[in-house]
Structures are given as C-alpha cells and as structure tokens.
Design a protein around this ligand. Structure first.
Ligand code: MN
Length: 314
C-alpha cells in the first residue's frame, strides 16, 4: 500500500488546530512553510520496543489546549505564533510498524524529502531517538551541507547496540558518516548513559563540539551558538531528556542537572537569528512516564514557540 493511501485512511487530529495535509503530493502544491510529521517509531531495539510511540499523540493533545490562543500574544516570542496567515500544516502520524524498521525509515525519509522538495521545514515528532536518522539522510539530496545541533543528555555515538546500527544510541554516529553533515554541535550531556570512552573519543576526533549540561548551567548556551556558522542550514534535533526532569518528567531516564525551558528555546532562537533552522526533530517523549501531562505540555509550548520562529524565517 502506498504511503499516501495509508495516510488517507487515518483520521488526523492536528497540532494546535493547524490545517491537516493528508497527502504528500499536496505538500508540493500548497508549499507550506513548515510541516509537522509524527513518527511513532523508526528502528526500536528488541529489548525496549517502540516505547515512545504515543509521543506525537500526547504532543497534539497538549497542543489542542493552546489552539484557542493561537491569535493571542505568545510572550515566549512577544508576538502571536503566526505573523498573519497560518503557514504550517500537520501531516499526522506516519503509519509506522515496530516490526518494519526499514519501512519506517523509508516513510520518514519520503515525508521529509517531500517537505524539503517544496522548500518547507520538516518538524519531526518522535518516537524514540532513532527517528532523526532518516530525516538527516533526506537532507543529503540537497546541495547545501547541514549542521546538526543535537540537544540531548546523551551523545548517541554508539556504533551498534544489540547488533542494531540504526537505533537510538547511534544517531549521531550515523549522522557523522553522512557526507552532507558538515558540522555537529551537541549540547546537554550529563550523567552516565551507554556511551563508552571510545565513543566520546570518536566524536571529538570527528570534530563534534560538545557543550555539557554542567557548562550550560554555569555559562549558558553561548559556546554552543558560537559554534554555529552564520548563514548555515541547521537541523535541530532535540531529545526531551536534555531538559531537566523537574520540568520534563516524561522521559525514560531522568537525569538531574538538565537544561531549562529557556535555555532550549534560546538555542532555537539563537540559530534562527544567526543561521537558518532547516529542520526540527523533537523525540523521546514518553507519555507513560509523564506527571499530570506536564512534560507533554512543555513540549507543546516549546513546539509553538519554535513554529513562531520558523514562521518568521526568510
Ligand atoms: Mn537522550
């Protein structure tokens, strides 16, 4: 069955009440400035499964509480989210199947590719942190190199885990192997995840710039933004576990010492100001770990603000 046919079969509730776009071919015709794409999973580990599959639905549900205020002043931005007409569309969730990782990756690639072909900015909602890999790949067909700004408690430079090379712990290692990825800036590392000393060494040898969570707490996000080249195309890949668990409990592993809401938003705003946000991924929201919907609500507020930044990009 073709992706467009599968999408047509689904009832799509949209983020923030923005118009739905149900077929990939309509993206080329409508040429929206940004398109929300839900990806419940891509390449889950056998041991963990698709544990963030409910993430996109939770973000949309939280966003629906903000839909009535779409014309109000959003004080994160100082202005309403959209300058005049709504320039965003929501494609709904891709029909992902935990038992078909290659198909999942190809559907993400196809959707992102369609948005890029139409000159728009893809906003990919995960799903676990394996979903950005095919998104990064889709940028390879363009002429412009990209910078990846990864905001995450973890560096994700494992070569493989459980024999799987396309999983959530290998996202940045796979990105580093893509010819069009010119620069990698990683912000928010802390605590002990699965990274081994060799993984960090490989990242530093490649030239990835690491700005740990402790440095952000002491000195803010300045060094991370300094590492972004003016005028470059930047794909911002946010793992929600970069945020402190006191504000973002809806993650599989809560590590103390994370970024604040403002520090994450400052990263997005700083990129939009000096460069260009070419793509966004927001992953690893795990509603089953949330506390009273607090994490999903933060995600929805952040996504609103990011959409406001995107709406004002040239
Ligand atoms: Mn992480």
């Amino acid at each position: 069955m073709r992706l467009t046919d599968m999408l047509e079969e689904r009832e799509i509730g949209t983020f923030l009440g923005i118009p739905a776009i149900r077929e990939l071919r309509l993206i080329e015709r409508e040429r929206p400035k940004m398109v929300v794409i839900g990806a419940p999973c891509a390449t889950p580990y056998k041991s963990a499964g698709a544990y963030c599959a409910e993430g996109p639905a939770a973000l949309r549900r939280a966003g629906s509480a903000l839909a009535g205020r779409i014309g109000s002043v959003n004080f994160d931005l100082g202005v309403p989210v959209f300058p005049d007409a709504v320039t965003a569309r929501d494609l709904g969730d891709l029909p992902q199947d935990p038992d078909d990782p290659a198909g999942n990756r190809s559907r993400i690639f196809g959707a992102v590719n369609a948005v890029l072909d139409a000159g728009g900015c893809p906003i990919l909602l995960g799903g676990d942190d394996s979903v950005p890999i095919p998104m990064f790949e889709a940028f390879g067909a363009r002429e412009r190199p990209i910078t990846i700004l990864q905001i995450d408690a973890h560096i994700d430079w494992r070569d493989e885990v459980e024999g799987e090379r396309m999983g959530l712990s290998s996202t940045m290692r796979r990105a580093s192997e893509m010819k069009h990825v010119a620069r990698i800036v990683q912000v928010g590392q802390r605590g002990a995840g699965t990274a081994e000393p060799d993984d960090l060494a490989a990242a530093l040898t490649w030239g990835a710039v690491m700005v740990p969570g402790g440095e952000v707490a002491r000195n803010g996000v300045g060094r991370a933004l300094d590492a972004i080249a003016p005028g470059s195309d930047v794909v911002v890949s946010l793992d929600f576990d970069a945020l402190d668990p006191s504000v973002m409990p809806a993650v599989i592993a809560r590590n103390a010492g994370g970024l604040s809401y403002w520090q994450v938003l400052e990263l997005f705003a700083g990129v939009a100001e000096k460069a260009r946000i070419a793509g966004v991924a927001m992953v690893e929201l795990m509603p089953g770990r949330d506390v009273d919907g607090q994490g999903a609500m933060l995600g929805a507020q952040l996504l609103c603000s990011v959409m406001g930044l995107l709406a004002r990009q040239p």
